[in-house]
Design a binder for this molecule. Structure first.
Ligand SMILES: [Zn+2]
Length: 225
């Protein structure tokens, strides 16, 4: 079962990915993990009277070492302000930028959390639930088309692919010159293919790349040939 929490007007919903992982060089200034970064930044916001907080919940997310955090405020904040606070409190970058883009495009809900258990001791019930056990993987849901999860179709809104495009294959670095940067360097795609068994796939990629951006496409093998 999956439980869907859409952000209500007094809530901030955070997805702290790898919350305990070091995000800074040990010894450098400031919080070393996302979890501690969240705590310190929320402390600052409360101490300086920027946010009036009623309660905070933390719960393991669906994956190990990831946490969901909900902050209940005493007064509603505008949706844009809530999304910026979520970003500021180290909520997952991909989720935060997708939320902001959904907001900018007028897609509702802009922000939500999907959990495989209810938020323990939370102040309210989830907004929706569906029978899915596995994560609502965008590629999988797109592939399922009409048979995809109904709640996902109704509530997920635009997915990261339609907001920002599909993630590119692993590419070799292209160093951009200073000054005027030729667009052809931006578009250059030298695809790096990891495994020898994906040679056939690499050739398909290469053909489509050649069509797409011409002479700049090469495939570099990282594995054995
Ligand atoms: Zn579902």
């Amino acid at each position: 079962m999956a439980y869907w929490y859409l952000r209500h007007e007094r809530e901030l919903l955070l997805d702290l990915d790898f919350a305990t992982k070091h995000v800074k060089r040990p010894g450098s200034k400031g919080p070393q993990t996302r979890s501690e970064g969240f705590r310190q930044r929320l402390q600052t916001a409360i101490r300086e009277g920027l946010l009036d907080v009623e309660a905070v919940w933390k719960s393991e997310s669906n994956t190990e070492r990831k946490y969901h955090v909900a902050v209940l405020l005493k007064k509603p904040v505008s949706e844009l302000e809530a999304l910026i606070w979520q970003f500021h409190f180290f909520s997952d970058l991909l989720r935060s930028k997708s939320d902001l883009m959904r907001y900018a495009q007028g897609i509702k809900p802009a922000s939500l959390l999907i959990r495989n258990a209810k938020f323990p001791q939370f102040w309210r019930e989830p907004d929706a639930q569906c029978p899915c056990v596995k994560k609502h993987d965008t590629a999988k849901m797109m592939e399922l088309g009409e048979s995809a999860c109904d709640v996902w179709k109704r509530l997920r809104g635009a997915n990261p692919w339609s907001l920002f495009g599909r993630t590119a294959d692993v590419q070799r670095y292209v160093i951009l010159p200073t000054g005027s940067v030729p667009l052809e360097l931006i578009l250059r795609r030298d695809v790096v293919v990891d495994a020898p068994q994906s040679k056939a796939k690499a050739e398909v990629i290469l053909r489509s790349e050649v069509k797409h951006s011409g002479k700049y496409c090469t495939v570099q093998w990282k594995g054995k040939k």
